[in-house]
Write a protein that binds this ligand. Structure first.
Ligand SMILES: [Ca+2]
Ligand SMILES: [Ca+2]
Ligand SMILES: [Ca+2]
Ligand SMILES: [Ca+2]
Length: 492
């Protein structure tokens, strides 16, 4: 655990802990859709589908700046003790796929068995080496996987009354007998029946959406819901997962990151268990193609009541830096502003600002590190130190942070996971869910952050607690953080 200390011009007012999780994952990554007749590996045991090979004269994932852009984030890493932390994930040359997922970031306020390895690219061409049958990406030897490597099922543990746990995966119908290459997952309310549902994002295999039937079992609806594949009926690399209601229609949508030479994907929740891939209509398609995305989160960086989108990027193949494929190992992060009309636009990177820098990023966590009402960002970067991105954008809009505390006696967890807060200002009704997981191996601050735009008062704040009960709270002030205890209202 590393603490972020107050330092120089960075006036961090609160003690905030940033925990860097050095996790090596045990597993790797159309409208109503139908399963493909047969899953066909597109590149033998290597990589994921990546389109037609194209050579570029320059990188498209670093050094893209806009001199006219305002500075949104300032990299303050070296002003903190985080500067001394270095994450390391296996070899530089990345011979094996498990050297590439790296780890994540968790943010909260707290006052291999190496037998039977697949061929390694380093051994490629060596006489008698195990690398004689190495895997290729565009004709260049790379690590193998995930295709061709054994996957792993998923496990759901149910807590028993004696405090122990039992494995209910098969009984509940979430054990993933196909053994897809799972990356990100989240329990979240997909429909309005007050029962938590589950989405599992898998690498190079279909995504799974499990609807909670309320009797201890789930129904897997990935294909009929439209989230198993993209709009072209293709499996994608499925790394990170953002959950949030970006268009303020009261239903939670999904944004999922993918491989380079493929776009990330935005699924709009149409209701009644239907989702539509609207990535390109929303402006999130073309621009994301050169990037290999990992952690992603919806958050309102400019406090205008509409959720924006952050994406951490970085490639898995070091060899991309010595080939002219238009991509790079370290990549700029992407910030997209919500244009309030169903579309997003990439926020330009002011030269010298954090958005102009390139990192080999993986994990991502969002939270207000300095309590100034602007959401900050922490990236965990493979084989290097993390990056702390302080939000320094113009602070003209109002905001409200809400920390929910559930009542255990009413069978709501104390951390209030599964709660939903609905906040109304004027004609805009925003929704924020208390979610654990998603992003990518990381945990955002579970404080719910609402941008209020020009509003200086909250017209209505409704809380739907995990036990299914509603509570309406009078909000006396804005531009502050409030704690709400189930059944007891505001607390100091
Ligand atoms: Ca549900
Ligand atoms: Ca929505
Ligand atoms: Ca916004
Ligand atoms: Ca801040």
């Amino acid at each position: 655990m590393l603490k972020v200390k107050s330092h120089g011009v960075v006036a961090f007012q609160r003690l905030v802990a940033v925990v860097l999780l050095s996790l090596i994952e045990g597993s790797l990554a159309l409208l109503a859709q139908t399963p493909p007749k047969k899953a066909e590996p597109q590149q033998g045991r290597g990589g994921v589908s990546t389109g037609t090979p194209v050579n570029y004269a320059s990188r498209r994932t670093v050094g893209i700046t806009d001199p006219k852009a305002p500075v949104v984030f300032e990299d303050v890493t070296d002003k903190t003790t985080i500067a001394n932390f270095k994450h390391r994930s296996g070899s530089r040359q990345k011979d094996y796929i498990f050297e590439t997922p790296s780890g994540g970031v968790a943010m909260f306020d707290f006052d291999i068995d190496l037998n039977n390895l697949p061929p390694s690219p380093t051994d490629a061409g060596k006489a008698g080496g195990v690398g004689q049958n190495f895997c290729q990406f565009r004709g260049v030897p790379v690590m193998c996987g995930p295709r061709g490597l054994p996957g792993e099922g998923d496990t759901l543990y149910r807590q028993k009354s004696d405090g122990g746990f039992e494995d209910v995966s098969a009984k509940a119908g979430v054990n993933d007998p196909q053994k897809y290459y799972g990356f990100a997952s989240a329990f979240v309310h997909v429909d309005e029946d007050k029962l938590l549902d589950l989405i599992v994002v898998n690498d190079s295999t279909p995504k799974q959406l499990y609807i909670n039937k309320g009797n201890g079992t789930f129904e897997e609806v990935g294909y009929p819901s439209g989230v198993a594949l993209n709009e072209n009926g293709r499996e994608q690399a499925g790394m990170g997962l953002a959950v949030g209601d970006y268009n303020n229609d009261g239903r939670v949508d999904f944004h999922i990151t993918n491989f380079s030479d493929d776009s990330n994907v935005l699924y709009h929740n149409d209701g009644d268990g239907n989702f539509t891939d609207i990535t390109f209509q929303a402006g999130l398609g073309e621009v994301t193609i050169p990037f290999l995305g990992w952690g992603t989160s919806f958050f309102d960086f400019d406090n205008d009541c509409w959720l924006d989108l952050f994406v951490a990027n970085g490639h898995v193949y070091p060899t991309v830096d010595v080939n002219q494929w238009g991509t790079s190992f370290a990549q700029q992060p992407l910030l997209f502003r919500n244009l309030k009309n169903g579309k997003f636009e990439r926020v330009g990177a002011a030269p010298g600002s954090a958005l102009a820098q390139a990192w080999p990023a993986r994990g991502l966590a969002i939270g207000d590190l300095d309590g100034d009402g602007r959401q900050d960002v922490v990236l965990n970067n493979i084989d290097s130190k993390p990056a702390i991105l302080r939000n320094v954008s113009a602070l003209s809009n109002h905001w409200l942070d809400i920390r929910l505390v559930g009542d255990v006696a009413k069978k709501s967890p104390r951390d209030a996971i599964a709660s939903i807060a609905y906040l109304t200002t004027g004609k805009v009704r925003q929704r924020q869910d208390v979610v654990s997981g998603a992003v990518y191996c990381s945990q955002n601050d579970m404080t719910l952050h609402f941008g209020l735009g020009a509003a200086t008062k909250v017209d209505k704040l409704e809380i739907l607690w995990p036990d299914g009960t509603w509570e309406t709270i009078d909000v006396p002030v804005v531009d502050t953080k409030l704690k709400i205890i189930q059944g007891k209202g505001l607390s100091r």
